[in-house]
Design a protein around this ligand. Structure first.
Ligand SMILES: C[S@@+](CC[C@H](N)C(=O)[O-])C[C@H]1O[C@@H](n2cnc3c(N)ncnc32)[C@H](O)[C@@H]1O
Length: 194
């Protein structure tokens, strides 16, 4: 059983984001690491807007440097924060089209810290528009199976995609590259809100 979400206990982060007024598609990446995926995604999707959040300072600094080197794409905002706190305070219900959670920490000894097992997931799903999607990638079979079960049975999400990332595919993230080079299986799940 997942505990009740208690937003009043979550501190407000410092960094705010100025979103454009004429926003059609809002996407959010949680734990974007050094930022390969957000930069590629923003460039490939000029009609969408991406907020990419990373909490670890040295990874965020690399992402920020890369962002500046890529001439600061107008449709991407890098945020240095805990995504749980940032989304809870700054993202309103029914406003997000897509979430990306790519190779999150699997917390093998602390499974309640995995996103789909967190009380925060209730609010994350509230922030999705109807039909909005969550992509989860992981190289951990247990994590993949657990997330799939919780998403479908506990959070009532629809399964849209359930596939293995092919070794010949262009890796989307730093971790995906590492895992594919090692010959590990990378699972990709996409869920949609009803
Ligand atoms: C295993 S790394 C994967 C990074 C990147 N997505 C990739 O695939 O290369 C997980 C990242 O998520 C970040 N992270 C974990 N929990 C987070 C949270 N609550 N808010 C923001 N970032 C988080 C960690 O700092 C770490 O950089």
């Amino acid at each position: 059983m997942i505990r009740e979400f208690q937003p009043q206990k979550i501190p407000r982060p410092m960094q705010v984001a100025q979103l454009p007024k004429d926003l059609n598609f809002l996407d959010i990446e949680i734990g974007c690491g050094v930022g390969f995926h957000p930069l590629f995604y923003a460039r490939s999707n000029p009609g969408r807007f991406l907020i990419a959040i990373e909490k670890t300072s040295d990874k965020f600094d690399k992402f920020q440097r890369r962002y500046l080197n890529h001439k600061s794409p107008q449709n991407l905002i890098p945020i240095h924060a805990n995504a749980v706190a940032w989304i809870t305070h700054f993202i309103k219900p029914n406003t997000v089209d897509r979430y990306f959670i790519l190779y999150p920490n699997p917390y093998p000894k602390d499974p309640q810290k995995r996103f789909f097992a967190m009380p925060f997931m209730k609010y994350l799903i509230e922030t999705l528009k109807k039909g909005g999607q969550i992509t989860l990638a992981t190289n951990e079979k247990d994590h993949y199976e657990e997330a799939k079960q919780l998403a479908i049975e506990y959070w009532n999400l629809d399964l849209v995609e359930d596939r293995i990332v092919l070794a010949k595919e262009q890796p989307r993230t730093h971790f995906e590259k590492k895992y594919l080079e090692r010959g590990e299986i990378c699972y990709n799940l996409i869920f949609a809100k009803r």
